[in-house]
Design a protein around this ligand. Structure first.
Ligand SMILES: [Zn+2]
Length: 319
């Protein structure tokens, strides 16, 4: 993808294209933003810029190096993803350190992409700091992270930080509509709105059930208010069949919980169920529901048994 094709984030695109034009990219950059805002896409564009062999504007998108970068097969672009076990451990960082001093294979520069650095613990960050203090020539480090505050001040101060933000809801919906031409536009807009313009999350929700997931999330919230536990359990059991669908429903549930919190402090909200919950329960109970849903979303990423998960979730939402 070219930088100009990247959605929203006009300020970042302006800054980055200026830096690329003037060839003044600092040797380490941090790209911060929520999951789904395009951190990896920007990291890939910077990596392509680093390996591009064009004499004019980089990345040109058409040279051999750019094409290999696009296909993720360039031998001078290295990935270490914090979501994979030990990928950003002290040992892995030491390996990166020793390989970084070896000259690039084919491109003018090497690029190291350290993804999801939220998972990089302080000892590994300190090991990484040693490279940043004496950076090898012809090497670019690109880190992605939810918030740069997860990184040590010493790492942050030696890097340039770029922040990514969600798109406008209408822009996010337009992009999603191109990707899902068969889906109803009002459903797409509704989901883009729920995701606050986060394009990645909108696409993921459309992929994983969209409207159906949203309906079920509303149904679960309405069941919380009923005196009997049975309807809630029955609704939650619909999560047991498909982990991706369950994840999508829980994402909608955390949006709804956030709506409940907003409603409890007197803000206008779009969901009638959220408004009803806010009227009925104390702020403390609403925060508790919200916390439990966030925790449940994390639990779902583990190898949990889905039937047990549904029963457990029912008991914590009712307590
Ligand atoms: Zn190129």
């Amino acid at each position: 993808m070219l930088l100009s094709e990247f959605a929203a984030n006009a300020e970042l695109k302006y800054e980055l294209s200026n830096i690329m034009l003037k060839n003044t990219l600092p040797h380490a950059v941090i790209i911060e933003g929520a999951v789904g805002t395009g951190r990896k896409t920007i990291a890939d564009i910077i990596a392509q810029y680093c390996v591009c062999s064009s004499d004019s504007q980089k990345p040109c998108g058409i040279c051999r190096n750019c094409i290999k970068a696009d296909q993720h097969i360039h031998p001078d672009i290295f990935y270490a993803d914090g979501n994979e076990p030990k990928a950003l451990s002290v040992d892995s960082i030491r390996n990166i350190r020793s390989s970084a001093y070896i000259m690039p294979n084919e491109a003018p520069m090497k690029a190291y992409l350290l993804l999801n650095c939220d998972k990089m613990l302080p000892p590994a960050q300190n090991a990484f700091l040693k490279i940043l203090e004496e950076p090898p020539q012809n090497v670019q480090f690109i880190m992605t992270v939810r918030s740069s505050s997860s990184l040590l001040q010493t790492v942050r101060s030696r890097s340039r930080i770029f922040s990514l933000f969600p798109a406008e809801v209408n822009d996010a919906a337009a992009i999603a509509a191109k990707r899902f031409p068969q889906k109803d536009i009002s459903e797409i807009k509704n989901i883009a709105q729920l995701c606050d313009g986060n394009i990645g999350m909108t696409l993921q929700m459309l992929q994983n059930g969209g409207q159906e997931a949203q309906k079920l999330a509303e149904e679960i919230f309405a069941s919380i208010m009923l005196s009997s536990e049975y309807p809630l359990l029955q609704s939650l059991q619909q999560l047991a069949g498909d982990r991706n669908f369950a994840a999508s429903v829980l994402d909608f549930m955390s949006e709804l919980a956030a709506e409940c919190v907003r409603a409890s402090i007197g803000a206008d909200v779009y969901s009638k169920t959220a408004a009803a919950i806010a009227e009925r329960y104390s702020k403390k109970r609403i925060f508790c529901i919200s916390e439990n849903i966030l925790y449940a979303r994390k639990v779902l990423n583990t190898n949990v048994n889905l039937n047990l998960f549904c029963t457990w979730l029912c008991s914590v939402l009712k307590s």
